[in-house]
Design a protein around this ligand. Structure first.
Ligand code: APR
Ligand code: PHB
Length: 392
């Protein structure tokens, strides 16, 4: 068997794994990325595209923000809609000038892949049978098959960045991990279309028929979502049916102006909140979707992956320079504190804007809460502060 060694073995080449790899490159820490899929597969995923300022700053720091700075669209506010009304929530105005940037996650991943391509440290795509070993000792290693040949990678640390379905979290003995989960009784049907966005800022609509969301990828490409049954199938929805239902859920002034067109893509995603803790098991550290999943309301998934990577890279830098393991435990505590606050906000915004039952009382309470938070300075500030992202 071929054996190689590195300082950090990174499992997964999604946004978390690639961002960590580039940050470690900059810190002069050797690393190898091991990814189960092909690069083309990784780049084909379409996901939320709202970046917090801390995410933008991280991408600038590692040198992956060139295109983002040209093409990203700053949003100075978001909009909440209910009862045929639209309420603007100023972001900068309520947070001392912070904004978010609309830039698709697919583009972020592409920029990270391009940056990684210039790294002297390797990325192994299409690795099969990846398995993690001895991370409860000082000599962990990873086994994987590359083109049918089994390889061994010795390392000091393993970074589990392999998403919710990855191998890292499930390699930890069940007795060492606590998980929390909430599955919502609905999904989101998303559609991408080359039409100008109807709203210049992201609009979250609470409607009696169910939630709707207007977002964008550029000034010529829109992303819209409607709440749907979690077991619904994309094949049940023609483009016309989607547009009709979307319009029914939006205030008249929005639906009257919406430009429709053929879909480029339609997909259904379930909604769930999930957290595993701690994030450190000996020499294995988890980050991103491997450790936690948020419902997409608020677009926090990608941003949380970046804040984990920020804390993790600080911990790895300290650990590789002084060898003290305390830095690794502090990673778990620091990252989880932010994860829980962000989980709370994603859960809150989901509850506020979605239809959970047929009970008209529930709907009226949500409308009353929307009326309250959008007319209270404290309420507006709470939404804005969370939307732009908690400080690191
Ligand atoms: N071995 C190696 N790689 C694996 C394995 C495995 N056993 N299992 C999964 N992977 C890879 C996946 O193919 C994927 O490319 O790990 C990567 C994980 O990427 P993501 O699922 O995108 O997770 P993460 O990088 O944490 O990103 C978090 O991005 O993916 C979105 O919704 C997610 O917005 C969130 C953010
Ligand atoms: C998106 O642009 O895809 C998007 C925006 C905001 C969200 C979720 C998704 O809360």
């Amino acid at each position: 068997m071929t054996t190689t060694s590195t300082q950090v073995a990174i499992i997964g080449a999604g946004p978390a794994g690639l961002a960590l790899a580039s940050k470690l490159d900059r810190l002069g820490i050797d690393n190898v990325v091991i990814e189960r899929r092909s690069q083309e597969y990784v780049l084909a995923r379409i996901r939320a595209g709202i970046l917090e300022q801390t995410t933008v700053d991280f991408l600038k720091d590692i040198g992956a923000a060139g295109r983002l700075e040209q093409e990203g669209i700053p949003h100075h506010g978001v909009r909440l809609a209910y009862n045929n009304r639209i309420i603007p929530v100023g972001l900068g105005a309520n947070t001392g000038g912070k904004v978010v940037t609309a830039y698709g996650q697919t583009e972020v991943t592409k920029d990270l892949c391009d940056l990684r391509a210039a790294s002297p440290n390797p990325t192994i795509y299409e690795a099969e049978n990846v398995s993690l070993h001895d991370f409860d000792s000082a000599r962990p290693y990873v086994l994987y098959d590359e083109q049918g040949v089994t390889k061994r990678l010795n390392c000091q640390l393993i970074a589990g960045c392999d998403g919710y379905h990855g191998v890292s979290r499930v390699s930890v003995p069940e007795s060492a991990i606590t998980t929390y989960e909430k599955v919502y009784p609905f999904g989101w049907l998303g559609m991408l279309a080359d039409v100008p966005p109807v709203s210049p800022e992201v609009l979250y609509a609470n409607a009696r028929r169910g939630f709707a969301l207007c977002s964008m990828r550029s000034w010529t490409r829109s992303r819209y979502y409607i709440q749907c049954d979690p077991d619904d199938k994309v094949e049940n929805w023609t483009d016309d049916m989607f547009w009709d239902e979307l319009k029914r859920r939006l205030p008249d002034e929005v639906s009257d102006n919406i430009q429709t067109g053929p879909s480029l893509e339609k997909s259904i995603a379930p909604l769930r909140s999930f957290i595993a803790e701690p994030l450190r098991f000996g020499r294995l550290l988890l980050a991103g979707d491997a450790a936690h999943v948020v419902p997409p309301t608020g677009a926090k998934g990608l941003n949380l992956a970046f804040s984990d990577v920020h804390y993790m890279s600080e911990a790895i830098e300290t650990f590789t320079s002084d060898g003290h393991e305390d830095a690794l435990s502090r990673y778990s505590e620091r990252a989880l504190a932010r994860v829980w606050k962000t989980q709370r906000f994603s859960w809150y915004l989901t509850n506020l804007t979605h239809r959970f039952s047929d009970d008209p009382f529930d709907q009226r309470v949500k409308e009353a809460e929307l009326a309250y938070v959008t007319t209270s300075q404290a309420g507006l500030q709470m939404i804005a502060e969370n939307y732009v992202g908690m400080p690191l």
